[in-house]
Design a protein around this ligand. Structure first.
Ligand code: ADP
Length: 256
């Protein structure tokens, strides 16, 4: 709070990048990275004239390389191009099975590099996959670059919503507009009997959005195809664009 109360230092835009959208969540495991990846691809799919980038700053658990089936150790300045969207990830800078055991300053320095040394060329949107929570990385990114807006992902479960609330409040304090909430894993439909079950609750994110005066940008069902598509490095918006699940992400991209 001390840092925040002193006001934000001067932010500097990333060269060539017009708009930055951060995808955040209060908790881990709620589908933030899955949303970030599919949102980036959906922005590209909805308007092929737009250049989209995806930056994974989830320092302790980068998952973009796995979700997009990207391998190797590109130089920081080289972006990796796949599925109509270029990306750079913290995951390229460390070994896959190596834990990142860093203190705050090292994290800040890595973030600084990811923000300043990647040559994105000209981008209309850069989607940033944040780590979960409200820590150093969120603060560092918000203080370094101007952010168009934040998309907050949550399941409809109370414990996730509580942290999503904190996330939204953090962005308000650092003057980043919150574009809205994405309610993930809201419903599971049995593929056999078609019965719908709200495993994590029915519309908690909608209620939170109402409380905070925010929009719900979309509802993503809990679906095997989404999980399998991510695990095989073929995100659903890319591999099954006609599916209802992909369409849910495509609709969110229209809203942001
Ligand atoms: P986070 O970034 O919040 O930690 P992830 O995006 O890594 O979460 O998702 C956690 C796990 O849940 C992953 O295995 C992912 O494939 C899966 N997942 C995310 N959203 C869905 C969904 N709507 N349906 C099914 N599986 C999902």
């Amino acid at each position: 709070t001390q840092i925040m109360s002193r006001g934000l230092p001067k932010q500097k835009p990333i060269e060539g990048v017009k708009q930055v959208i951060v995808v955040a969540s209060g908790k881990g495991g709620v589908g933030k990275s899955t949303t970030a990846v599919n949102l980036a691809l959906a922005l590209a799919a909805n308007d092929s004239s737009k250049a989209i980038g995806l930056l994974d700053v989830d320092v302790y658990g980068p998952s973009v390389p796995k979700m997009m089936n990207l391998k190797g150790n590109p130089e920081l300045s080289q972006i990796v191009f796949l599925c109509y969207c270029c990306s750079m990830s913290m995951g390229f800078l460390v070994e896959e099975s190596e834990p990142v055991v860093w203190r705050g300053l090292m994290v800040m320095s890595a973030i600084e590099k990811l923000l300043r040394q990647v040559d994105w060329g000209q981008l209309d949107y850069l989607v940033v996959d944040m780590p979960p929570g409200t820590g150093d990385v969120q603060l560092s990114v918000s203080q370094n670059i101007p952010i168009t807006g934040a998309v907050i992902v949550s399941t409809p479960q109370d414990i996730a919503l509580m942290d999503a609330h904190k996330g939204a409040e953090m962005f308000r304090r650092v003057h980043v507009p919150v574009l809205g909430l994405v309610q993930n894993m809201s419903v599971f439909q049995c593929p056999k009997c078609k019965h719908k079950t709200h495993i994590f609750g029915a519309d908690g994110a909608r209620k939170l959005a109402q409380t905070l005066g925010l929009e719900v940008l979309g509802d993503i069902p809990l679906h095997l195809n989404i999980r399998e598509a991510s695990d095989t490095g073929q995100p659903i918006v890319f591999s099954q664009p006609e599916s209802d699940e992909a369409k849910a992400y495509l609709r969110i991209a229209v809203e942001v």
